[in-house]
Design a protein around this ligand. Sequence first.
Ligand code: ADP
Length: 510
Amino acid sequence: MALDEHLHAPLAEALFEQNTEAILLVEGTSLEILNVNPSAVALLGYSRDQMIRKPLSLLTYPGQERPLQRFIGEAIRLARPRSLSTRLLNANGNPIPCELRLRLLEIEGTPLLLLSLRDLSERIRAMEDIELRNVAIANVTSGVTIADARQPDLPLIYVNQGFQQITGYSAREAVGRSCRFLQGADRSQPDLERLRLALREGSPCVVTIRNYKKTGELFYNELHISPVRNEDGELTHFVGIQLDVTEQVNARESLQRSEARYRQALEREQELNEMRARFISMVSHEFRTPMTAIQASAGLLHRFSERLPPDKLKRHHENISVSLKRMNRLLDDVLFFSRSEANRIEVSLQPVLPEAYFTSVMESIQPIFPGRQIRFESTLPSERPYPLDTHLLDHIFQNLLTNALKYSAPDTTVLCRAREDHADLLFEITDHGIGIPQADQERLFEAFHRAGNVGARQGTGLGLTIALKAIELLGGDLSFSSEENVGSTFIVRLPTQNTTPHHHDNNSDS
Ligand code: ADP
């Protein structure tokens, strides 16, 4: 007992003086401050002397006096320890949020109040911080999600307002589901692979993936994933930020598309320019040859017509007329070519007797190639007309027959065979000339393309392009087989019933 008594006073003093909580000893009836400990001095900012013998109201915050008095009065009446969250006023006039606990003591008949104060500023500040962050996260327009990394399938445990706005799913619909539910059936995307890998490894990543809203509408989701670990380094959550970048993706794609279109148009324009240049140089060159011939013959006739023997006279006259024919054909081809480039060829079908037609074509070509022959063999009924267009036929057969003669030896014979094959007319033109090298065969129908073995033979490289165009206008097709130094066969197939003549009449060549 003696030891107890001895210890009593110093122990109480130590508990009072060294307590980390601020403690005030207040007289129960006058509410006068009797003693304060160092923690109270530190918390309230007054020195000990400034507080002792002062009324407790020194420390009450304006408007808080009455609740505090009521609290003290009730505590005395009920004779029980009580606590109250309130605000006090420090020496600087600033409020101190605190939890106030009250204990009643009675020493020698005087009621004493032991008030201990717990400073709540820190806790309030922390709560305000959290609240602020919650408000911020809830209100950003980007989607914010949190997924639980410790459960299989990473269920969502939080989605903010932004997520709900972007996806159309409410928090109730989204929380608890695996975070991949937005992908729908669209599972094979390159960025998804990266996302899966990052989730598996618990590493951060940024991906852009195709996702689907509740309405089924596609949107591009730029997803930023950050893993969250606890103090032990264990992966606990994934925080995801979603941005709807559909507009940007669409804008980028449409920009790429229009760039590609622009580039194509530019390339086409360049091709056309090149073609025009080649066209002009080819054609001028081709005109010059017969013109020179005409000039020479005309000059001779002019100067020596009296003195020339009749056969020479005749040769020069023929020379002039053949050269004029050539120029005529060339002009025809050139006009046809430029009109066909602009899709401005009209087809007009008339009844044509093939045999009569070929006779006249051969007669017009033969004189250009004296010494070379064309043999026409036909199994077609000679009196039966076929619906054809003689202008187009001219472009086909003048070119093919001229080629067969031109690319053959001077004493050669070209065979032209005609027959019916099912519902088609077939014309085969066979020569035993220079043939077409394998390497050139693929590009043969390209305008201006000439094979490597043409030598000095004149030509523009337009004939086959024109023949093919005319055949297509008649609804037929053109094929060939050829071997270099052996010969070539060109096969023209035309329908016998040409019910729907092709009519091209749009004058845009864009
Ligand atoms: P070109 O005015 O040069 O004759 P074409 O378009 O009629 O133009 O023919 C293109 C090229 O195809 C010719 O330059 C030639 O190399 C080749 N070719 C066409 N027909 C024959 C043929 N019967 N024999 C050999 N080569 C041919």
